[in-house]
Design a protein around this ligand. Structure first.
Ligand code: NAP
Ligand code: COA
Length: 261
């Protein structure tokens, strides 16, 4: 553990995508540092199992609040339930995302729209609803999970690259508009992270191993490393960090190895 275990004592977080992968790891880290957490995703059953597992592992309250981030009504209901049951909303982590490999020439308009809708519109929907319900009056911290796909350009990823570029723009715009209200807004851009759905989809078979060999630090990242950075960015330890997206990729994108298969 890199931070004091009571780093986030008394705080409550809402984590989209918190039922699996990187964002489940972030939810675990938040809970382990004293926060209560609501996790959100579409699959209610998986979310409930994850919430019970996270709760048992931390002794802190973890609530499953199913929603589809593309649908503002369901997001609002999930946030209302979070506030009713957990009482506050200090931290919002937008991790819900969709991705798959597809050449631009074969990607349908609906395929492109779907990924934009989950990543970018979903992030906006959650921020907007959290603002109305809590952040405007109490301040807080927003963390948007991005990627490095769009720093250069990544083949077979036009949809996700456009979506994460939009997420970064949302991070900057909200930082500008909401900073004076005591709302810090930042982003976190992981590189290739082992044992995740993202890697299974984007670097299948032996691609992950080949990729790792080309990353300057010589390996893919771990979920707990991303979660540690997330903790820093949502806690007072980063009180002057605002409107920026911090990369955690072992130098991968600098070397042009941003999942460019
Ligand atoms: P993951 O486990 O598949 O996480 C995606 C999560 O989003 C799932 O829990 C999923 O839950 C949720 N989700 C998808 N569509 C949703 C919707 N419409 N409404 C609500 N929730 C929705 O994948 P991951 O690899 O850990 O990725 C987590 C985040 O890190 C993503 O933002 C991804 O872009 C980013 N990232 C990952 C990598 C990597 O190496 N893995 C690299 C760069 C960036 P349901 O299916 O239950 O809805
Ligand atoms: N290649 C090309 N197009 C694809 C595709 C693929 N692998 N997967 C889905 N699509 C297209 C579909 O064909 C559809 O377009 P169409 O109506 O023109 O045929 C469109 O995308 C929407 O697909 P659908 O399955 O209806 O969307 P959904 O809302 O049920 O699911 C996804 C969203 C597609 C992003 C799905 O992969 C998902 O739920 N992902 C969440 C987990 C994830 O992606 N994790 C990794 C994060 S890095």
């Amino acid at each position: 553990m890199h931070f004091r275990p009571d780093l986030l004592a008394g705080k409550t977080a809402f984590v989209t995508g918190g039922g699996s992968g990187i964002c489940k790891g972030i939810a675990h880290a938040l809970l382990a540092h004293g926060a209560t957490v609501a996790i959100a995703g579409r699959k209610a059953d998986r979310l409930e199992v994850a919430a019970r597992e996270l709760e048992a592992g931390s002794g802190q309250r973890c609530l499953a609040t199913p929603c589809d981030v593309r649908e503002p009504d369901t997001v609002e209901a999930a946030l209302d339930r979070t506030l009713t049951e957990l009482g506050r909303l200090d931290i919002v982590v937008n991790g819900a995302a969709g991705n798959f490999l597809a050449p631009a020439s074969q990607l349908s308009s609906n395929g492109f729209r779907t990924v934009l809708a989950i990543d970018a519109l979903g992030t906006f929907n959650v921020c907007r609803a959290a603002f109305d319900r809590w952040l405007r009056d109490h301040g807080g911290a927003i963390l948007n999970v991005s990627a490095t796909l769009h720093y250069g350009a990544t083949p077979l990823q036009i949809h996700a690259s456009a979506a994460k570029a939009a997420v970064d723009a949302i991070t900057r715009s909200l930082a500008l508009e909401w900073g004076r209200l005591g709302i810090r807004v930042n982003g976190l851009a992981p590189g290739p992270i082992a044992d995740t759905e993202g890697m299974a989809r984007l670097a299948p078979g032996d691609v992950a191993e080949k990729l790792a060999a080309r990353i300057p630090l010589g390996r893919c990242g771990r979920i707990d490393e991303v979660a540690t950075l997330a903790l820093f960015l949502v806690s007072d330890a980063s009180s002057l960090v605002h409107g920026t997206t911090v990369v955690a990729d072992g130098g991968a994108w600098l070397a042009g190895t941003s999942l460019d298969l």
